[in-house]
Design a protein around this ligand. Structure first.
Ligand code: PEP
Length: 252
């Protein structure tokens, strides 16, 4: 019912020649995938959006950005707006990645504006939630995720333009992965919260991705969980063979 989605967050990696090589290999690999449905999104840094749009043209790969400003234009030096991203061919925008929250001070109030800007422009927001290690150890995971959802999402945000990524901060780039049951527990909790905002049908239609050291070796067991509908992949998406192996895990 929910088409699995594998998204690669390139973060601040890849020059143009490196990106061309990576996307070329991903494209070739995807053409050889077994039959079956999977959505694939690459999220390169801003300077690569136009050339990567060209590189994926005619393939099933979609493109997302890693951030956006909530205003459509104005005196905001260094920022990029959602209409500008749309111009490049982006269909998705990651909002609220833990690096944006932790390193750039983005809070729920700001992220609420960003999610609305993305969805109102007709793009899909990949909205990230997740607890820190200290919060998990204090047993506050549900409380934190509840707040990240309650203070950002609302009924007026079209659920068909929304993807949630559960990314425990302690698992991002650390090599530590949530166990499939730890992740499933939070995913089911998130789906319950979506039901409270929308209704059961909408909650059942929103894809909830897991992110945090997803690798070829652990993707299969994570994706087998009933409420894990795909992955947001950091490190492993920079190596075509690894990203493709994670995509292939959808079919097992
Ligand atoms: C991420 O940054 O979204 C991420 C999940 O990174 P990694 O896969 O490297 O943990």
């Amino acid at each position: 019912m929910r088409t699995p989605l594998i998204a690669g967050n390139w973060k601040m990696h890849k020059t143009l020649p490196e990106a061309r090589e990576l996307v070329g290999a991903i494209r070739t690999g995807i053409e050889q995938l077994p039959d079956g449905r999977v959505d694939v999104v690459i999220c390169p840094p801003y300077q690569l959006l136009f050339p990567m749009a060209k590189a994926i043209a005619g393939s099933r790969i979609m493109m997302g950005a890693q951030n956006a400003h909530f205003e459509s234009q104005g005196a905001f030096t260094g920022e990029v707006s959602v209409p500008m991203l749309k111009d490049t061919g982006c269909t998705h925008v990651i909002i609220g990645h833990s690096e944006r929250r932790q390193l750039f001070g983005e809070d729920n109030a700001l992220l609420a504006k960003k999610v609305r800007a993305v969805v109102n422009a007709g793009l899909t927001a990949i909205y990230c939630v997740g607890e820190t290690l200290e919060e998990r150890e204090r047993n506050e995971t549900q409380q934190v995720v509840d707040r990240q959802i309650r203070e950002v999402l609302a009924r007026e945000i079209a659920p068909e333009r929304l993807v949630i990524a559960y990314e425990p901060v302690w698992a991002i780039g650390t090599g530590r992965t949530a166990t499939p049951s730890q992740a499933q527990e939070v995913h089911a909790f998130v789906r319950g919260k979506l039901q409270g905002i929308y209704d059961q049908r909408a909650a059942d239609s929103v894809r909830i991705l897991y992110g945090g050291s997803v690798k070829p070796g652990n993707a299969g067991e994570l994706l087998a969980q009933p409420d894990i509908d795909g992955a947001l992949v950091g490190g492993a998406c920079l190596v075509a063979a690894d990203f493709l192996a994670i995509i292939r895990a959808v079919f097992h």
